[in-house]
Write a new protein. Structure first.
Length: 299
């Protein structure tokens, strides 16, 4: 085996020893090697080997050390420590080919305009300067803006906030809505906040005029639904506004209560009249019986 030893002295007097083995390996510390995938590589140095794990032909470059640090222009830009953590004090961008979407890692997110050079980059930013949060920014996708897709399952251990619309089971949210769900929803409680002016307490005001029963009967006969309540065809086409529908139903219940109260008053009056008529009838019957008793019997 042919071995070449290289020794050089720097200006400050530091001496570096190196060894080139068969032009395939450079050992910073000769004899300090390890075996990986049946191949020998230096603990501290550079090795070219036909890695059986790689699917492509040709040798792979293996670089090894206690830690690795990469410099440009005399400034450290990227490092891999003893535990395998990759660190950089600057922005790290992966895959910036003009025809491909890159991934950018940064510690201070400044945002990308879609007309900006490099706007096709996605970004993961642990922003500690402006937004004080971890930010995930996706690539522009088919005119739908920047998207971040999570396959299979997303679990959030905490609060979830969004400043834009949210759709579940569909690709677009109808205009004017913040949440759209394609499918069924189950919940233990649902609260709808509605302005006090829309709640029909006004039905019980003394000057409220409800529809007379004959007019109500005519409306129902003609339209097959109550006034101010959407028809089945309208609900099928447009759906219902939950808060508005609850207010409309409550209004009908309150009007029905007023109808019942009016009917009760009329029934009370009728009962009083019937009672008076019964009293008069009793007096008439007594007088009639008296006349019959006083009438002489013909012999």
């Amino acid at each position: 085996m042919r071995k070449i030893f290289i020794c050089c002295t720097l200006f400050w007097g530091n001496v570096v020893f190196g060894q080139i083995v068969n032009a395939h390996r450079v050992d910073a510390v000769p004899g300090s090697t390890f075996t990986y995938n049946t191949l020998v590589a230096p603990y501290y140095g550079l090795n070219w080997a036909h890695d059986p794990v790689e699917p492509y032909a040709g040798p792979s470059a293996w670089l090894s050390g206690v830690a690795l640090k990469f410099f440009t222009a005399g400034t450290p830009k990227l490092s891999i420590d003893y535990y395998g953590e990759v660190k950089t004090e600057h922005t790290l961008t992966v895959n910036t080919h003009p025809d491909l979407n890159g991934l950018r890692f940064s510690s201070n997110w400044t945002g990308y305009a879609n007309s900006q050079v490099g706007s096709r980059k996605a970004e993961i930013s642990n922003d500690t300067h402006t937004y004080k949060t971890l930010m995930l920014v996706g690539n522009p996708s088919s005119g739908l803006g920047r998207r971040v897709s999570v396959w299979d399952r997303l679990e959030v251990n905490g609060k979830l906030f969004t400043t834009e619309e949210m759709g579940i089971g569909l690709q677009a949210v109808p205009e004017g809505y913040k949440l759209a769900v394609s499918g069924k929803i189950i919940t233990e409680e649902l609260k709808v906040k509605s302005p006090a002016t829309t709640w029909p307490d006004y039905v019980f005001e003394f000057n409220y005029k409800k529809m007379p029963l004959p007019e109500l009967e005519q409306f129902i006969t003609k339209n097959k639904h109550l006034p101010e309540i959407p028809s089945a065809q309208q609900v099928e086409k447009e759906g219902i506004e939950l808060g508005t529908n609850q207010a409309a139903l409550l209004k009908k219940i309150e009007e029905l209560t007023l109808y019942i109260i009016d009917q009760n008053k009329e029934l009370k009056k009728q009962n009083e009249k019937i009672s008076q008529l019964e009293d008069k009838l009793a007096v008439i019957e007594k007088k009639q019986d008296f006349r019959i008793v006083q009438q002489p019997v013909n012999e």
